[in-house]
Design a protein around this ligand. Sequence first.
Ligand code: 5GP
Ligand code: MG
Length: 222
Amino acid sequence: MPDERIHQSLADAAHMREEHVHEARIHEDRIHEDRIHEDRIHEDIERVLVPSAAIAARVRSLAMTLGEDYGHADGRLTVVPVMTGSLLFAADLVRALPQRRLRIQLTTVSSYGGTETASRGSSIVGALPKHLAGHHVLIVDDILDSGGTLRLLRSEFEARGAADVRACVLLRKRIPSALSTPCEYVGFDIDDDFVVGYGLDYDDLYRNLPYVGTLRRDARTA
Ligand code: 5GP
Ligand code: MG
């Protein structure tokens, strides 16, 4: 190798090392930031079940798995986030996916119930995602509870000619109805508590919390 090229590759290697150090520092800062955030847990939260650092790490690993499983689907992947609960999860997940050409089509499912919706029947609100024929559809939802939402969406998308339909949820409750509902990708299995944060709400509040936690009883007004 001529001297110039050796110098150039040494310079490149040094640059890459610097970038790594920089990335590692960003990572440390992020963990530090998380600690700061979660030292100040909102007073309405009883217990943090999934800290933000754990969510971020799981989102990265899910995205890696999805990246491999959908390696063949470039340009033919449609991600369908279920609003509004999966807003934060879906936003983080699609940014971490290696697939660069995918479509995002939102859908909203209303579950009948009060402020603490455990759905006893679901229906799709508004227009269904379009042009699904031949597409690999990935439903992204916040939490798997009764399974009504996933069952409904899966059958609708299959009927619309999707090449295949899979589901990815951040959380799944350790209850028979959830565990027996087909779901290809699960972030965390949690106990059967009512949870809020990272997209999940109580009366439309707390969606913005960066972690998932249980709500204090006295914060529930309904
Ligand atoms: P499924 O159709 O599986 O019963 O219901 C899933 C939907 O119910 C979720 O997308 C979410 O909107 C709501 N849900 C179920 N469990 C909880 C929970 O513990 N906390 C919150 N905030 N929403 C929940
Ligand atoms: Mg939902």
